[in-house]
Design a protein around this ligand. Structure first.
Ligand code: PEP
Ligand code: MN
Length: 331
């Protein structure tokens, strides 16, 4: 149950109520308490101090349409996604920042095509400890340099909670990767920031578990959460993962959060990314995340799935019509 407290309720009193009802509490213009969704009936004590009370079916609460029927609008610098914007933001860049020359080429491709958000990892959560682990802080500084030089927004991933403060400082959008979806240190720290967070679905998690992870960020007081479906593990081994488009349709129907799809990590092979990206766009979504690299053959991570620049240009030019056909606009 979500309770919007009346403005006259003191912080001390709100704190007492939070303890008594085992509720999460945050402030965002108003004080909000969230109890377990198992609580279906408000006590007279709660009714007396509440402006609004929302009963929800499950612990998908702040993210649910039962709480807010309209999709959240998330501001990323001078543009927004979600709300009633019907903007679909195309985000691209290499899997990892590898060098200044490489990330600058990626930034220049964004400028050439009018792509507003450059994405690359600096702290890489690799499957093997014996592969490239990312440039760390040096990579963040290179991304920061590209932002200043080219006026781009930057999205980059937090690997663990040891460097979440640096990511919050440098990134315009904090990416929480599939392997970190359950890292509560990251979720809680992102919850007390106001920066947009792109939360990726863990590849072995249900939609319920995925959105409940988003609830940790939302209930910390950060309303700016974007969900990202990036493929789940199935019995199929010909492709890297299986992109759950049914899941994306479910998220659209039942949550109030913008949705970005990541076909690159889902299929894992460049040959399928353009067709898959257009299929994703045809769903009517708030954005796409596509990996591209100036020379994928020598990429230090995810080499098989990154598009070269010619492939990305061709894909980008084809997305506009698909988006328009379903009432969206590529930005
Ligand atoms: C990435 O975005 O480069 C990445 C590691 O993705 P995921 O967390 O989806 O595996
Ligand atoms: Mn990658």
């Amino acid at each position: 149950m979500i309770i919007h407290l009346n403005k006259n309720v003191s912080q001390d009193k709100a704190g007492e109520l939070a303890v008594k009802y085992q509720a999460a509490m945050f402030q965002n213009g108003r004080t909000v308490l969230i109890t377990s969704s198992k609580v279906k009936i408000a006590t007279d004590e709660l009714k007396a101090v509440a402006d609004d009370i929302f009963v929800t079916d499950t612990d998908i609460q702040l993210a649910s349409k039962q709480y807010s029927a309209t999709k959240r609008e998330i501001k990323i610098g001078d543009f927004s996604i979600g709300g009633t914007t019907n903007n679909s933001v195309v985000i691209t860049g290499p899997c990892s920042v590898e060098s200044e020359e490489q990330i600058e080429q990626a930034a220049q491709l964004c400028v050439e095509l009018g792509v507003k958000v450059l994405r690359a990892g600096a702290f890489k959560p690799r499957t093997s400890p014996y592969t490239f682990q990312g440039l760390g802080l040096e990579g963040l500084k290179l991304l920061d340099k590209m932002r200043s030089k080219y006026g781009l927004k930057i999205i980059t991933e937090v690997r663990d909670s040891t460097h979440v403060d640096e990511i919050i400082e440098y990134a315009d959008i904090i990416q929480i990767g599939a392997k970190a979806m359950y890292d509560h240190g990251i979720l809680r720290k992102s919850g007390v920031s106001n920066k947009p967070v792109l939360l990726k679905r863990g590849f072995g998690t249900t939609l319920q578990e995925f959105v409940q992870s988003a609830e940790f960020i939302l209930s910390g007081g950060n309303p700016n959460v974007i969900l990202c479906e990036r493929g789940i593990r199935t019995f199929e081994t010909k492709t890297r993962f299986t992109l759950d488009l049914c899941g994306a349709a479910w998220l659209k129907e039942y949550t109030n959060l913008p949705i970005i799809l990541d076909p690159s990590h889902a299929i894992g092979y460049a040959y399928g990314v353009p067709d898959l990206a257009r299929s994703c766009m045809a769903l009517g979504i708030d954005g796409l995340l596509i990996e591209s690299h100036p020379n994928p053959k020598v990429a230090k991570s995810d080499a098989d799935q990154q598009l070269d620049f010619a492939q990305f240009r061709a894909l980008h030019s084809s997305l506009k019509k698909v988006a328009e056909a379903v009432g969206y606009r590529v930005i």
